[in-house]
Design a protein. Structure first.
Length: 346
């Protein structure tokens, strides 16, 4: 049973919505053990209000018996004290260097020490990325981590990276993203996924200097590593999923693409609801997408499983992030990405 540390203080609706997510997971008897990371007394009160009890984390090992409260017998819960969250208006690096008790630091540290197999936060993205790098460290050969999101393409899911962890990129950093993104896609079950480079045209020579240089590097290095290279792909290919199942770009562009897709999906749901006189089915599709493996971003390139969710995420979406983290831990994602980068290093 994988152990997932969950940042109680992260997100717009924290801590209540995070506690709701924890309660939901355990009521559904998911095969996951949870460590709630936050102020211990507050965590106990939140759990008690939901009919749950939790033990304290002691000696570096999670403790805590079966949950109380009727049918709750599918998992265990433990508490790890953290004094504060990193606010959106704060410099995350400064806070994390000055305060070892921030919830993202404590959660990542549990993974680094082996007390948890993965950790999840839906709070300050920059703080979560910084905590993962500082506490877990990067895998050898990875200059900067990438946030990978899974997009439900028409022809099948697409792994898009980077979605915001590294706004600036170099051709070699995009090569690194391609290697770890390919390993992640395989870990999710993709068979022989092709890698594409996001740019403004599918013809050779299209794009800015970064994209043109990266195209040549990817073409040579991916072929040498035995990975299919689809070449340059365009924005619509992210939503179609036909030409490439892994699409790499810099974090600035990737984040813009992701947010544009989210807005387009919401617009389509509203318009279809208006056209058919019932928005329920369209909203159901959106909700199903948001509460599946598409819910959170996987931080690739650090030595441990880190999932970062949307700050405005609901309890269902946060629970989906925890499931994704547990699945990645079971699949040995950190080992897979490390091996992929080592095998494709030029």
């Amino acid at each position: 049973m994988p152990i997932v540390a969950l940042d109680l203080l992260g997100g717009d609706g924290a801590p209540d919505v995070v506690a709701d997510a924890a309660a939901s997971l355990l009521r559904e008897q998911e095969p996951i053990s949870l460590i709630l990371v936050g102020p211990e007394e507050q965590a106990r009160d939140l759990l008690a209000a939901r009919g749950l009890t939790g033990g304290r984390l002691a000696g570096g090992d999670p403790t805590g018996g079966p949950l109380s409260g009727g049918p709750l017998s599918g998992g265990c819960i433990a508490l790890a004290h953290a004094s504060r969250a990193v606010r959106m208006d704060e410099d995350p690096l400064r806070v994390l260097r000055e305060d070892a008790d921030a919830s993202v630091s404590v959660a990542a540290r549990l993974v680094a020490k082996g007390s948890a197999d993965a950790w999840v936060s839906v709070g300050h993205t920059g703080a979560a990325v910084a905590a993962a790098v500082l506490e877990l460290g990067r895998i050898p050969g990875m200059s900067r981590p990438a946030l990978a999101v899974v997009v439900p393409g028409v022809a099948g899911r697409v792994v898009l990276l980077d979605a915001g962890a590294a706004p600036d990129a170099t051709p070699d950093l995009l090569r690194q993203f391609a290697m770890v993104g390919h390993a992640y896609a395989e870990g999710l079950g993709a068979v022989d996924p092709a890698v594409g480079l996001l740019t403004i045209g599918s013809e050779d020579g299209k794009g800015d200097l970064l994209r043109r240089s990266a195209h040549e590097l990817l073409r040579d290095s991916l072929i040498a590593a035995g990975i299919r290279y689809a070449g340059p792909v365009e924005g619509h290919d992210v939503a179609l999923g036909e030409r490439a199942q892994v699409i790499v770009t810099d974090g600035f562009t990737g984040n813009v693409v992701l947010k544009a897709l989210e807005g387009a999906v919401q617009w389509a749901a509203v318009r279809m609801g208006a056209a058919y006189g019932d928005i329920g089915p369209a909203r159901g599709v959106v909700r199903e997408t948001a509460t599946s493996e598409f819910a959170g971003g996987m931080l690739l390139g650090v030595q441990g499983v880190t999932v970062i969710g949307h700050g405005a995420g609901s309890a269902e979406e946060i629970a989906a992030c925890v499931r994704l983290a547990a699945r990645a831990a079971d699949a040995g994602l950190a080992r897979r990405t490390s091996e992929a980068l080592a095998g494709g290093r030029s």
